[in-house]
Structure formats: structure tokens, C-alpha cells
Write a protein that binds this ligand. Sequence first.
Ligand SMILES: [Zn+2]
Length: 397
Amino acid sequence: MNNTRGATLLLLWTRAALAIAGVPASCAAPGSDSGGVSLSEACVWEDFDAAVERFSRVLQFETVSDVSAPNHAARPEEFARLDAFLRAAYPRVFGALTVEKTGADALSYLLTWTGSDPALRPVLLVSHTDVVPVTPESIKDWTHPPFSGAVADGFIWGRGAMDVKVTVVAILEAAEALLGRGWWPTRTLLFAFGHDEEVGGAMGAVETARLLESRGVQLEVIWDEGSGILLDGVKPFMDIPVALVGTAEKGYQSAKLHVTSTGGHSSMPPIDGSSVGAVVGRLLTRLSASPPPPRLVSPVTDMLRGLAPYAPAWMAAVLSAVGRVPGVDALVARLMASASAEAAALTRTTAAVTRLSAGVADNVLPQSATIGVNLRTLPGDGPGEVLDYLTGVVGPR
Ligand SMILES: [Zn+2]
């Protein structure tokens, strides 16, 4: 994340995570794992700067995942360096927990903190150590270099700061601190850190899941990387900061549209709009002008009703009626669909053109082109709905 808002979120999030770890002398001593860890303002992380420094270091490893690499790691040596750092930085965690390296070339992690009551089903905390690549042309746009881990202007900067080394570090900081004060869980805690989440997780999280399945592990709950804190609120309902708890994830589908034409020489392009370029242009216009229609589904409806008490009075009445009063859902969905990209994405299956390819030479009309569309689907929208939508938008007219 290379913008200021992202970095601000990061800092808030990190502080929150560290507060949960809660070791300061000013907090009440914990009694058990079921309580006593204060989240109050009075609890100030006494080793905050050191924790920030550790986080900064973690951001400096270029742990980029790459779907074309045999183990999904662009540079496996960077993952090895990160591993050495984590073991040195969190000695209690790596000493007291059962540490298993999983996935391709053992690049992912499964850490098991065995609870005192084996009858309780474990809780799984999920994160990932990999980040997406930085394109060379975007380097100049970074306020601080993407792998600098710069601590400047009150922020921590770097690729992976938001997505999602922050939770790897927060989990390890919390566990290290709790171990340091002699805390031990009643319920087993599992930490799974994948190394290829950004390219699908097939060689990391999937392998770890298979391992847990082979052992017959039944989980009580999974906490995944989740969302952030919307400092500007949820438009158009409120402008106070809102911390989102992710309870569902949209589906992911990709489609390819192939366009073919007769081609020819660029000196005499067709005058009837049949060139590949003209057809692609029309299709792109249609796709952008006709997104899938907005609608409200659970759990968005639950979220909106949950926001109601914090919204201005007139809006609170509307939000409280979501899912209960006929017509309100359609109205709210339309409002959200035009309020912001974030709000719109909550209300519809999104369709984004992400790839375009055509042409072999400056002076040759291409005979074919490919348009890649990535869709993030709402619950209830499967491949059939996606195909219906695309056919309806780009089919013959
Ligand atoms: Zn992520």
C-alpha cells in the first residue's frame, strides 16, 4: 500500500493488535486466556518502538510470490531470510510452539500452540508472508521505496504493510508477549502463514489445509486477514471511522473474451467498424457502462443494520429497515452503487477489465484480440450467472 491512508490504517491496526497483546505494567495482570487483557487507552505498549522496528524489518524482505515459479516464490532466498529473522525476533514463539514448515519447499508455516484442554476445538489464525510484485514503472509513485520498511512521518511504509504482513507480525508480537508473561491458552491456537496467497495459495494454504484435514482437525473458528478501518466511514451513511470485521469473502472468477476479424494492412483500415480495435472499443464501452445490477445480500444487510445506531438519525431509520421493509434494499443498493468504488463493490458482482492483448506489428491490423475480465462475485452468483451477464453485455445486438 503506497498511499497515506493505507499507512494510517496500518498504524492504527498495529497499535490495536499490540494493545491486544497488552504487556504494560499499567494494565491489570491477566487472569486467564478468557479475560484480563485490557484494551483500554491506559494500556500503552511499553516496547512499541521495538515492535515497530521488527515490523519494519519484516517489510524489507522481498517475499514476492510468483505463480510461474516452481514453488510460487519469486526469490526463495528472501523467504529464507525472513524465516531466519522471525526465528530470531520471536524466540519464545519459535521455542514453545510446535513449528511446522508446510507447502512447496516448506515455505509456509503451521504453528501450533497446544492448549491445556484438548477437548476444545482449535482456533486458526491465518495470514500470509508473500506480497504482490512492484512494477518498475510504479516505483516513482512510492513515497518511500516499497521494500524500505521506512518509519517516517508517523507511518510505517512498505509493500505488505497492509496486505498483510501486519497480521503476521501482530500475531507473533501478541504470542511472544503473552508467552513472556507466562500465559498459556486453554484452547489450542493454530497460526497458518502461507507463502503464496497472492497467487491463489495452492502451494501454501491449500497444503496446510490438507495437512490439518489429514489429522482430522475440526476448527472452532478461522480468523483470516480481514479488512481494515475505514477512516472516512462508510459512504454515504456516515463519516466516522468504521472498523470492519470480515465475515465473508466474494467469489473470484476470470473470463476471456476473444475478438476476431479479417485483419489487413494498417494503411487501409475498414470503414464499417469491423476492425478488431473498433470491436474491442465497443465491448469495453459496453462493459464499463453496464456493470452487474446492484443488490443487497447478507452479510452486507447485517453490516448495514449494525451501522444504524452510529448513523445520523434519518439514515439510521433507513439502515434499520434494511432487509425488513420492502423496497428499502433496492434503494440502499442504488445509493451505495453510486457512492464510492468500495460501497459499490459491496452491492454487486464487479466486472473489471484487467487484460488486453492484440497486435503483432505497427502496420498490421490484428486478426484477433483478447479481453480479460476479472469478476468478484456476490454470494449466489456462480459461473452460470457470470456467463449470463457477460453474454448479455457483449453478445450480438
Ligand atoms: Zn492478503
